[in-house]
Design a binder for this molecule. Structure first.
Ligand code: PGA
Length: 253
């Protein structure tokens, strides 16, 4: 059985005061006996402090991005080993906002995925189509291309632990989530794609749904057989809402 996960992508939000308030509240609400993994992804500058603070908590910490290079003269970048060093367990690669605003292509995302693995971090690979691509019936072609780029260079074995997040671009931050059936169809497609290489590993790969997940829709999304939890943006910034989403994932178990 795949253990459900709820991951909070804070994006470029937060402050010392807001982070403290949010994490304190979350720690009070989250039930340790819930059979789920919970992770938060704060902006870089807060990572070391938050990882230290959550060392004895069940909440894991991840970064929202990573440099594909191992180290050296790359001003402004952060290496995977540094993330590991300050206590991160996970890192998001290929988020659509990185692809769109910072022109990250499939080849670069595949290298970032490899860098994460090399440092002992669990990559959370984001894939997903734009509205235009969906309307042109290209959803499967797009997610296959994004996934294949990573499979081709990293192989299938890492997907026993690596996480995939299906995030349709048109659903991110729009309040318009994919319907459970729409999301399930793509999740099943992604799992089949991995299964073509190795069915055993595909059965272990956690595939999260992201795009306007909130307390009101989490349960119906997480009830789908191939949706193993959520990558949550806006709704991860409030402890009560995020906690309710975690509760919905715990029911899935
Ligand atoms: P959202 O963002 O939940 O605010 O739609 C999800 C994401 O981009 O990871």
């Amino acid at each position: 059985m795949r253990r459900p996960m709820v991951a909070g992508n804070w994006k470029m939000h937060g402050s010392e005061a807001a982070n403290t308030a949010l994490l304190t509240e979350l720690d009070l609400r989250l039930r340790v006996e819930w059979p789920i993994d919970v992770a938060v992804f704060p902006p870089f500058v807060y990572l070391a402090d938050i990882a230290r603070r959550l060392r004895d908590s069940t909440i894991e910490v991840g970064a929202q991005n990573v440099c594909a290079e191992a180290g050296g003269a790359f001003t402004g970048e952060v290496a995977a080993a540094m993330l590991k060093d300050v206590g991160c367990a996970l890192v998001i690669v290929g988020h659509s906002e990185r692809r769109r605003w910072y022109h990250e292509d499939d080849a670069l995302v595949a290298r970032k995925f490899a860098a994460a693995l090399g440092a002992g971090l669990t990559p959370v690979l984001c894939i997903g189509e734009t509205l235009e691509e969906r309307e042109a019936d290209k959803t499967e072609a797009v997610v296959a291309r994004q996934l294949d780029a990573v499979l081709a260079t990293n192989g299938t074995a890492p997907f026993a632990h690596a996480i995939v997040a299906y995030e349709p671009v048109w659903a991110i931050g729009t309040g318009r989530n994919a319907s459970p059936a729409q999301a399930q169809a793509v999740h099943a497609f992604v799992r089949r794609r991995i299964a073509e290489q190795n069915a055993n590993i595909a059965g272990q790969t956690r595939i999260l749904y992201g795009g306007s997940v909130k307390a009101a829709n989490a349960a119906e999304l997480f009830a789908m057989p191939d949706i193993d939890g959520g990558l949550v943006g806006g709704a991860s910034l409030g402890a009560e809402e995020f906690n309710e989403i975690c509760a919905a994932a715990a029911v899935r178990h």
